[in-house]
Design a binder for this molecule. Sequence first.
Ligand SMILES: Nc1ncnc2c1ncn2[C@@H]1O[C@H](COP(=O)(O)OP(=O)(O)OP(=O)(O)O)[C@@H](O)[C@H]1O
Ligand SMILES: [Mg+2]
Length: 462
Amino acid sequence: MNQILIIDDQKLIRDSLKVVLEKNSYEVHLAETGCKGLEIIKKGGIELVLLDVRLPDIDGIDVLKKIRAMDPEIIVIMMTGYGTVENAVQAIKIGAVDYINKPFESKALTTIVKLALETHKLKREVRGFQDRNKMLYGTDKIIGQSKSLQKTLDMVNKISQIESSTVLIQGESGTGKELVAKAIHYNSSRSSGPFVEINCSAIPTTLLESELFGYEQGAFTDAKRAKQGLVEQANGGTIFLDEIGDMELSMQSKILNVLQERKFRRLGGGKMIDMDARIIAATNHNLREEIGKKSFRQDLFYRLNVLHINLSPLRERKEDIVPLTKYFIHEFNQSFKKNVRDISQDAMDLLLNYSWPGNVRELRNTIERIMIIENPEIILRKHLPAEVIGEISLELSSPKRPFDPIVLGEDGIDLKAITESFQAEIISEALMKAEGNKSKAAKLLNMDRFSLRYLIKKYHLS
Ligand SMILES: Nc1ncnc2c1ncn2[C@@H]1O[C@H](COP(=O)(O)OP(=O)(O)OP(=O)(O)O)[C@@H](O)[C@H]1O
Ligand SMILES: [Mg+2]
């Protein structure tokens, strides 16, 4: 039940308000002076105060100021009598949400109270949502120790402080372009506005224009009703143009125009609309190369490239692999309620040596898959995907090891027996290749003839 406090010196008003509000299932407290009212608020629990502008002890406006200082979350509605409307206007400036003139009808009063409480609740929810996004996309969620990543973080922080300059993020697939774009938005003064994403490569050019700029009724056959475009929807926030390198030239010139004018028209519309959205564009193409091939406009590139962030591929910042791996293990432990404690050193060495063509996304997916499917206490070499293991065994294979990676089972192995059978196998292979010629075979195995003869006898080969 919402708790409401009425501060008014007139008993008649206090009592009649109490009756009306209690009928509407509010819990009502009463105070006849400002001081007594403040006492009650101090005890906590009051959500809304109906406050008379004119009070015998402290002035209503001063009581309002004190309430604001004690707890800015408390909703205050002023009650004004004849000749005190100016005070009400002043009160709103200080932070009262509304005012109501005496005498008032009970219906009007309950409507105002109900509305104020609902709006307040909504605002709190929105704020909670924003705080959550800020937490989810804070710069502390961008992990890495490499110089290059630290530089990126530094840029993200600086760019967030600049209100609306355009940003270009370049990097291979999976390097964190979207993560960075969101971090910029949610750490900027635009964070309470929307973050609107559009993937330029996923939408055909013909649709892209109406998606971005919207249209007026009748702009084309199917335009039965006017529609806001994404640029308009991003008002006060950020628009993320993903894969801008895939945008066709005709569309590029339209975007360039909007960036220059900071104004646009809906399709079939006459009125120019102001753009109040920051544009963050991202691409995994090398735009300078695209300019060379005439598939990207140079002037648009310079427009976009005012502030730029280059995300290097993971293989060029291997220092990030250890912290990222540990971070993902922690993340999936929490989200999947798992209990993976660590990763073994040799498994980590494999991760460090792999080239990660899919960059951070591939590393994240690898850890996720292991944790869902294998759910080990400690991630070992055997849990890693073949390509991660495979690449290193090739790299280490100098001298080349013409056999599969060895897996040491739970029960261990008999090293001597394995080595001997392996030796025997290799020697007979060499003898076959040398067509029984022992000198030739010895050469193939890089050993002398006497040692070979000894081993042939030992293993009963012929
Ligand atoms: N430095 C990082 N710290 C933590 N997570 C990261 C980091 N970089 C990338 N990721 C994670 O890797 C995944 C891929 O990142 P993101 O989607 O931002 O990449 P992208 O560059 O936009 O890729 P694409 O070009 O394929 O769209 C996401 O799950 C993201 O959270
Ligand atoms: Mg992306």
